[in-house]
Design a protein around this ligand. Structure first.
Ligand SMILES: C[S@@+](CC[C@H](N)C(=O)[O-])C[C@H]1O[C@@H](n2cnc3c(N)ncnc32)[C@H](O)[C@@H]1O
Length: 371
């Protein structure tokens, strides 16, 4: 039997007032279509679904008039709404993290008596994650030759290569005709002189004709995309071959294996909520996944790179070049760093992780997807 919820119960569960629900009813936005046994109006499962969409769009700041158009659109089903909402929420989360970083920078400047310009003050509001953290990137992020060799081998005989989410271009093959795509102006500005031409665009909407490249590659970027599946399909559309370096968030085993997330930064798991499974990612390009072990002396300072060099995570410039630290927020970051520092000086880290010393490379969930 279908479950019906009273107005009071719906208000309680959704954290809104009964008055709000009555208003939505009056303007015809969400009208409870069922009746309780006592004859009161009640919300059916489909009323609840519609209400949830309305409230979620409202929380994202949409006007009621626009919300009515969105939820009445016959071409958008519940799953499509969830995907859209998810993308908007991720964007909002990253924007908030970017704003926190930009505000921290301004606070530091003010504490040192440095006046910020009007332009800098306005930029705090429009901060995009990589526009806020990108200037710290080149300090520790560079080509890791052993992983680059795997990527370049996977590109096969491709002559023309599109590098999506290219950043500073660390993994662009030097012997092919490369075109880069990068949405952040700060990252584009840091591409070395003589680097491949770079187009300001996003993975989800690549400004190229179908099959215009021999291969498309994406390195350490898919987790930043608003809609990873749409971006991967775009890569598939514009290129015959697709190579993607990303991580497998579908099992939590590796999360437990990596001592940093296991013992110090469990908040990392929160960044992976709703992240598509490895199977969904590979399906989007029609390919397969291969594990990539991370060498103990990995030259590229991505999140997992220092798994056998724990002291590195105490360094501010190592953390600032990895978005995870900004995304978890300053409180979690400080707690993790303090905990690690204590355990390194007490010998607790060494005791807990003594097996690592014998390893030259570690399996930490990184994958190469090839299609
Ligand atoms: C961790 S960096 C990796 C950069 C480069 N691929 C590398 O390996 O050095 C992630 C990059 O993804 C970019 N990015 C974020 N959202 C994107 C999107 N929707 N489409 C394409 N790139 C995006 C960021 O601006 C950033 O430059």
């Amino acid at each position: 039997m279908e479950e019906h919820l009273t107005v009071g119960r719906v208000a309680e569960l959704a954290g809104v007032s009964v008055r709000t629900l009555h208003h939505y009813d009056e303007i015809g936005l969400v009208q409870p279509s069922a009746r309780t046994a006592a004859g009161y109006r009640a919300y059916s499962a489909s009323d609840v679904e519609r209400l949830r969409e309305v409230l979620a769009y409202r929380r994202l700041g949409f006007a009621l008039r626009d919300i009515a158009d969105l939820v009445d659109d016959p071409a958008t089903d519940a799953v499509a709404h969830l995907h859209r909402l998810r993308g908007l929420l991720l964007e909002q989360r990253d924007r908030a993290a970017a704003m926190v970083t930009a505000i921290d920078t301004e606070l530091k400047a003010r504490a040192m008596g440095i006046e910020t310009t009007s332009e800098e003050r306005l930029r705090v509001l429009g901060a995009q994650l990589y526009d806020a953290i990108g200037s710290a990137y080149p300090a520790t992020r560079r080509t890791e030759p052993r992983i680059a060799a795997r990527v370049w081998a996977a590109l096969g005989d491709a002559r023309t290569v599109l590098n999506v989410g290219a950043g500073t271009g660390s993994y662009e093959p030097p012997d092919r005709d490369v075109t880069a795509v990068e949405p952040s102006a700060v990252m584009r500005a840091q591409r070395p002189v003589g680097a491949a031409p770079c187009v300001a665009a996003s993975a989800e909407s690549l400004p190229f004709e179908d099959q215009s490249f021999d291969a498309a590659m994406a390195f350490s970027t898919v987790h930043h995309w608003q809609d990873p599946i749409a971006g991967l399909r775009e890569m598939r559309r514009v290129a015959r071959r697709v190579v993607v370096f990303t991580y497998d968030a579908s099992t939590t085993g590796w999360l437990q294996r990596f001592w940093l997330t296991r013992d110090y930064l469990p908040e990392f798991a929160g960044l992976l909520t709703d992240w598509p499974s490895l199977a969904d990612l590979t399906r989007a390009i029609g390919g397969h996944a291969e594990p990539v072990l991370i060498p103990w002396d990995c030259a590229d300072g991505f999140f997992e790179a220092h798994w056998r060099r724990p002291e590195a995570y105490l360094e501010e410039d190592v953390r600032r070049a990895v978005s995870v630290w900004t995304r978890v927020g300053p409180q979690a970051e400080q707690r993790a760093v303090n905990g690690l520092r204590d355990d390194l000086s007490s010998g607790r880290w060494a005791e807990r992780n003594r097996d690592l010393v014998a390893l030259d490379a570690a399996e930490l969930g990184l994958r190469l997807l090839i299609a």
